[in-house]
Design a binder for this molecule. Structure first.
Ligand code: FEO
Length: 396
């Protein structure tokens, strides 16, 4: 028998937990993934979001324990990415009477994804769905993180169904924030923000402004735990992240063909440490991109190194720089370094990529032939020291 949790009177958590998922379109998820869905039982019955298709049976079993499927009046589709909507066609086979409530962009997306037409009810900012004793209010959040994205707010219970916003990729059988290790939850919320929402930083303030107009007792996202005790903490974090807050820390990222670039990375780190600045060192062959980006979210400086191969960076570094560029980090300074054999190229390539990512590049001249000698190692140390001071001067 599937386990349901009544999170508030007449509101149930009915989604699925994907305990073994370790890669979410490139985002590494060592703690697994959940696809949350919620059932509101009022005079009208409303399912808020569905799940990923392989979990359809699980969702339907959970819902069926609470209401007959033919009694569902509405299925709200806050966001049409397949982790939340790919079960919809299968759910609709069992609930053909249900209206599918979504934005105009959401309607277009569902039709194109599944080549199905349903009884759609298109909603826009401020529209209200009357469920009887309570009402569901729609808050559009275009490009957070798809054009169709919206949140739904249940008055009476004061629950914000925020979909991807405020989500975390973490599996648990305890659905509230205060039932889990909060530092794990906050870390996964930060990782989620940095890997999914960072490119849309400038839209966060506006979205938060919309939610400030209503009292919130719970934020029920589509991934991870429900916020009920640490609501203020996560809202403050989103405000900081959306405004490009930097804490003055530094991230050093590198890959090294034969160890010379790695040695440079460690000397730079020694210089940063001598300045008393918090830093993380990541080698691209051992750290996941998702973790590096998470550490980069609040950092003020990013120092990137690669050996030169074929007059350019190593392939791992190419992947990292492409990913970084797409995420459009803000309010950071950067620098490049690396060792080369008979012709350089990696340092210039890194500097160009960092600039294209919106990072202000400090020239380091840390491009050394074969293996850095004592003098060159000293230059690495000194650069780390001076760069760290500059980042500290820039922190908020
Ligand atoms: Fe969780 Fe954008 O889907």
């Amino acid at each position: 028998m599937m386990h349901n949790v009544e999170i508030a009177p007449g509101v149930y958590s009915v989604g699925a937990v994907d305990w073994t998922k370790r890669n979410f379109h490139g985002y590494e998820t060592p703690r697994g993934v959940t696809y949350n869905a919620y059932l509101i039982v009022d005079e009208k019955i409303c399912l808020v979001d569905t799940v990923k298709a392989p979990f359809t049976k699980e969702l339907l079993e959970r819902v069926s324990q609470i209401v007959d499927l033919e009694k569902i009046d509405y299925i709200v589709c806050n966001h049409t990415e397949p982790d939340h909507s790919s079960a919809l066609p299968f759910v609709m086979e069992k609930t053909p009477q249900a209206k599918v409530v979504l934005t105009a962009q959401g309607k277009a997306s569902i039709i194109k994804h599944y080549q199905k037409e349903y009884d759609f009810q298109v909603v826009k900012e401020g529209d209200v769905l009357d469920l009887g004793r309570k009402k569901l209010h729609f808050i559009t959040m275009p490009m957070l993180h798809w054009p169709d994205s919206m949140a739904s707010y249940l008055d009476g219970e004061e629950i914000l169904f925020s979909n991807d916003a405020f989500g975390q990729h973490i599996c648990t059988n305890q659905c509230f924030d205060d039932e889990n290790n909060i530092s794990d939850i906050m870390d996964e919320a930060s990782k989620y923000y940095s890997n999914i929402l960072m490119p849309y930083n400038r839209l966060i303030g506006n979205a938060l402004g919309k939610t400030e107009t209503v009292p919130i007792k719970m934020i029920a996202p589509s991934h991870g735990v429900i916020w009920r005790t640490h609501i203020k903490d996560i809202l403050v974090k989103y405000e900081k992240w959306g405004s490009g807050y930097n804490n003055g820390s530094i991230v050093i990222v590198y890959d090294s063909m034969w160890g010379a670039t790695e040695d440079m990375a460690r000397r730079i780190l020694e210089g940063v440490s001598a300045a008393g600045v918090v830093a993380k060192l990541h080698c691209l062959t051992t750290s996941s991109l998702s973790d590096i980006i998470n550490d980069s979210l609040e950092c003020g400086g990013i120092i990137v190194g690669s050996s030169t191969q074929h007059n350019d960076v190593l392939p791992t570094m190419g992947g990292f720089l492409t990913y970084l560029k797409g995420l459009r980090p803000v309010n950071k300074i950067g620098a490049a370094f690396g060792a080369y054999g008979w012709a350089g190229g990696a340092q210039k390539s890194i500097e160009e990529s960092l600039t294209a990512s919106g990072i202000a590049v400090e020239s380091s001249n840390l491009s050394f032939k074969w293996v850095a000698d004592q003098d060159e190692r000293e230059k690495c140390f000194n650069f780390g020291l001076e760069f760290a001071k500059k980042v500290q001067g820039n922190k908020e």
